[in-house]
Write a protein that binds this ligand. Structure first.
Ligand code: ATP
Ligand code: MG
Length: 385
């Protein structure tokens, strides 16, 4: 059977009322961009779904790309025909003959009110043809095959194959955020989850050469190539962090080094976010994972930021985080051995309940503002697409 189109459905969007039009247009734009190499495709952007018309293209690679686009709930392979009941019956039978299973159910939606039969009548005409000419039995509760018929003004669409896509909101509808990307397992997962909420991500990485190797950057670009499936152009802002980090260890008690270091990271992320018109800062922190991620620590650390801090993994178990990392292909890259700035400088007894007045006492001992300014001026940007 030759499918003529792929129907793109967007469940979550239906709740969005008057914003829906913007959402649909944004999704359509993202879809067209992702499929731009398939030049023969055409698109019908409708209020409640989008049709990608195949014009003889093979549907499989297209379906594969669509499955990862945020904001798509499900995808159906459809055949478009003229709205004629005999043709509908014939095509329905053909589709069912090619389907595997024992039971089926016919559903029908009729938005073309000029079509002479109402949905129920269409079902009552189509189902007997299938019962008579195949071995399928009706099961209205758990059918193996759902034959969906949709009679629209521009024609009738039939489908038997629907695959679930990844859900979420179209990327771009929720503004931009600066994402702190470390190259571990967590932050790529947090990045993915943020993208799925429609947020465009600008990545920031704090690099401490020579204590951290250049290999980290390769690792990050590999990770971002995987994440390109969800956001087609990702910028990685690499901040030289060595000077700040060494200074912290000079002036502060070791047990406070991580707290202060993370406050510096947040300050830098906040400054970059302001510069790039981002509305939030995000990271891969998870409550209790390490000393700097207790609620006490988080409170003292995030005081330096004026923007909202989004922690997509805040309440997730490591095993669940790993599961997602495997799904999105970042896990194997993340576990490649490397040194990050935290492991190298890791103090033996980091504070789990840092005190703000102590933090401020150490921070007053050096001119961190000018170091931050210098680091911001020396940011290097890599664009991955
Ligand atoms: P990940 O959390 O990505 O697995 P990690 O566990 O080594 O890496 P943590 O020390 O737990 O990182 O830091 C918590 C979060 O802080 C990270 O998820 C990341 O968002 C951010 N972060 C840590 N180090 C860096 C860094 N060098 N550059 C950018 N962000 C960082
Ligand atoms: Mg972590």
């Amino acid at each position: 059977m030759k499918y003529t189109s792929i129907m793109v459905r967007f469940g979550e969007l239906s709740t969005k009322g008057k914003n829906k039009k913007d959402f649909v247009n944004m999704l359509a734009r993202n879809i067209k961009h992702a499929l731009k190499s398939f030049i023969s495709l055409t698109y019908d952007v409708l209020y409640d779904h989008i049709y990608v018309n195949l014009h003889d293209e093979d549907y499989e690679p297209i379906l594969n790309i669509l499955k990862d686009i945020s904001g798509i709930q499900a995808l159906s392979l459809v055949i478009k025909i003229e709205s004629d009941i005999e043709l509908i019956k014939k095509t329905a039978l053909m589709l069912m003959k090619e389907s595997e299973g024992k039971t089926f159910k016919v559903t029908c939606k009729r938005s073309n009110k000029r079509f002479p039969l109402i949905s129920d009548e269409i079902i009552r005409q189509v189902a007997p043809v299938i019962l008579k000419n195949t071995t399928f039995k009706v099961d209205v509760h758990k059918p193996d095959i759902k034959l969906a018929i949709e009679v629209r003004d521009e024609g009738t669409y039939l489908s038997t194959k629907t695959v679930l896509a990844s859900g979420g909101y179209p990327i771009g509808v929720a503004g931009k955020a600066v994402m702190m990307l470390s190259g571990g397992i967590d932050s790529p997962v947090a990045t993915y989850l943020l993208m799925k909420r429609g947020v465009i991500v600008e990545c920031i990485h704090f690099a401490s050469p020579p204590y951290t190797s250049e290999a980290v950057i390769d690792k990050l670009t590999d990770i971002l190539h995987e994440l390109n499936r969800y956001q087609y152009k990702i910028r990685l802002h690499i901040v030289p962090f060595t000077k700040i980090q060494t200074k912290i260890y000079e002036v502060a008690d070791e047990s406070y080094a991580i707290t202060i270091m993370r406050r510096m990271m947040y300050r830098l992320a906040n400054a970059l976010a302001d510069k790039l018109n981002c509305l939030a800062i995000a990271n891969g922190e998870s409550i209790g994972q390490v000393a700097s991620q207790t609620l006490d620590s988080m409170g003292v650390i995030e005081k330096v930021a004026s923007l909202p801090i989004i922690r997509p993994l805040a309440v997730m178990d490591k095993l669940d985080i790993i599961k997602i990392a495997k799904q999105i292909n970042t896990y194997d890259i993340s576990i490649r051995p490397y040194e990050d700035c935290c492991t190298i400088f890791a103090p033996k007894n980091p504070k789990t309940k840092p005190r703000l007045h102590e933090v401020l006492f150490y921070e007053e001992k050096f001119d961190f503002a000018s170091l931050i300014k210098e680091a911001l001026d020396k940011i290097k940007v890599i664009t991955i697409n």
